[in-house]
Ligand binder design. Structure first.
Ligand SMILES: [Zn+2]
Length: 61
């Protein structure tokens, strides 16, 4: 009996994400486009998906 994993259920990355949530070496950072407001020019920020947070790679090359 192995671990029942649904490999088709990929995490949905936002355009501003550099790594999937939970990826070692990555972390949340304030979206540089909307400065963490999640809104850009009255619309939902596309880079962070309106969350104001993007996943940034840390220490990567
Ligand atoms: Zn944003």
């Amino acid at each position: 009996m192995g671990i029942d994993r649904d490999d088709t259920n990929q995490p949905s990355l936002k355009p501003g994400d550099e790594a999937a949530p939970g990826t070692p070496g990555s972390g949340e950072d304030v979206c540089p486009d909307c400065a963490g407001t999640g809104t850009l020019q009255g619309e939902s920020c596309a880079r962070c998906g309106g969350t104001g947070i993007v996943q940034e790679g840390i220490g990567g090359g």
